[in-house]
Write a protein that binds this ligand. Structure first.
Ligand code: 5RP
Length: 293
C-alpha cells in the first residue's frame, strides 16, 4: 500500500489544453455507453468502419443444413477470416474454439423451427450472454407478421433493456415472412422499426432497387444477410452494391460456407468490405485464392 509520503505532488495538469474527446466512428452510436462502444468496435473495424460477420446460426431453425453438417470441419477454418461470428450458444460451446478470440453475435432469440411456426420466439437469460462474453445479441423481429410482430418486437425491447444493463448492444434481425416482399419500402420500414425500438445494429436483406433508401432511412449501421446461395460472382456483386450504398458490413452465411471454396470466398468478401474492391476485382481474387487452396 502506498503511504501518504510516497504521493508526489502532481505538476502536469495541461492547463490551457482542453481535454480531447474522441468522436465515435459508427453511425448513430456516439451517445452510447463505453461498454457498448467497446463491443461495437470489436465487431466493426474502427479503421474501415465495416465488418464481415460470419453467420452460421441456421441450425437453430433448420437443423444440419448444407455446409453446416459438421461445423468443426467447415466453419472452424473460416473463423480466422471473420471479424465477428454469429451463432448459437450450442455451436459456441460445442464447436467454436474459445481461443479464437473473435467477438460473438449471439443468437439470442429462439423458439420455433422451419417445421412449425417460425418467429414464435422467446429470449434467453442475459447472464448466459455475459457468461459467453457476447458482443452483440441477435434477435429476430417479424415486422408485418400478424401473428408474431408484437411478440418479436417485445423480444427486441426486452433484449435491449437487458443488454444495456451490461453494456451489450443488440442486433435487430428483420425476418421476412413468406407473404412479404423484400423491397426497399418494406426493408426500410422493418429496419427503421428495429432502430427506433433501440437496436444498435440492424441486419436486413439487400434489395436490387433503392437499397440506398434503406441505409439512409435507418439511423444505425446496417449489415446485410446473404440469403440463399447465389453463384459466387453474383454474391460478390451483392456485397459490393450493399457496401457502396451505405451498408456497414455483411452478416453472411450460405454464400460463404456453401461456396465452392469458402475460404477464398470469405477473403474475397473481405476485400470488398474493408478494401473497397469492386466485385470484378474480388472475383479475380477469389479465382486466384481458390487455385492456391
Ligand atoms: C437466420 C439468420 C442468418 O444468420 C442469416 O439469414 C444469415 O445467413 P444467410 O447469409 O445464409 O442468409 O439471421 O436467423
Amino acid at each position: 500500500m502506498p503511504d501518504n509520503d510516497s504521493i508526489v505532488k502532481g505538476k502536469n495538469f495541461g492547463i490551457g489544453t482542453p481535454q480531447k474527446t474522441e468522436g465515435y466512428f459508427l453511425k448513430g452510436s456516439s451517445h452510447l455507453d463505453w461498454g457498448v462502444k467497446d463491443r461495437l468496435s470489436r465487431v466493426f473495424s474502427p479503421k474501415s468502419g465495416h465488418s464481415v460477420m460470419l453467420a452460421f446460426d441456421h441450425g437453430y431453425i433448420m437443423g444440419p443444413t448444407s455446409g453446416l453438417e459438421r461445423m468443426d470441419l467447415t466453419i472452424t477454418p473460416l473463423i480466422e477470416y471473420a471479424d465477428c461470428i454469429m451463432c448459437t450458444r450450442g455451436a459456441l460451446r460445442s464447436v467454436v474454439p474459445p481461443t479464437c478470440n473473435k467477438p460473438v453475435s449471439l443468437r439470442y432469440s429462439a423458439g420455433s423451427t422451419v417445421l412449425t411456426d417460425l418467429n414464435e420466439e422467446c429470449v434467453m437469460d442475459i447472464e448466459e450472454a455475459v457468461r459467453l462474453n457476447a458482443s452483440l445479441l441477435a434477435v429476430m423481429v417479424a415486422v408485418g407478421d400478424p401473428k408474431h410482430e408484437g411478440l418479436t418486437i417485445r423480444n427486441l425491447t426486452k433484449t435491449i433493456d437487458l443488454g444495456m444493463k451490461y453494456g451489450i448492444p443488440t442486433l435487430g434481425v428483420t425476418a421476412v415472412g413468406k407473404e412479404l416482399v423484400r423491397d426497399a419500402r418494406y426493408l426500410s420500414l422493418a429496419s427503421r422499426i428495429c432502430a427506433e425500438n433501440g437496436a444498435h445494429v440492424v441486419k436486413t436483406y439487400f434489395c436490387e432497387n433503392d437499397f440506398e433508401q434503406v441505409t439512409n432511412s435507418v439511423p444505425v449501421p446496417i449489415v446485410i444477410a446473404g440469403g440463399k446461395k447465389l453463384p459466387e460472382k453474383e454474391a460478390l456483386e451483392m456485397a459490393y452494391q450493399a457496401i457502396d450504398q451505405g451498408a456497414a458490413g455483411v452478416d453472411m452465411g450460405r454464400n460463404i460456407f456453401q461456396a465452392e471454396h469458402p475460404i477464398a470466398m470469405i477473403q474475397a468478401i473481405r476485400s470488398i468490405v474493408h478494401e473497397g474492391n469492386t466485385s470484378d476485382k474480388a472475383y479475380d481474387l477469389y479465382q486466384t485464392l481458390k487455385n492456391e487452396q
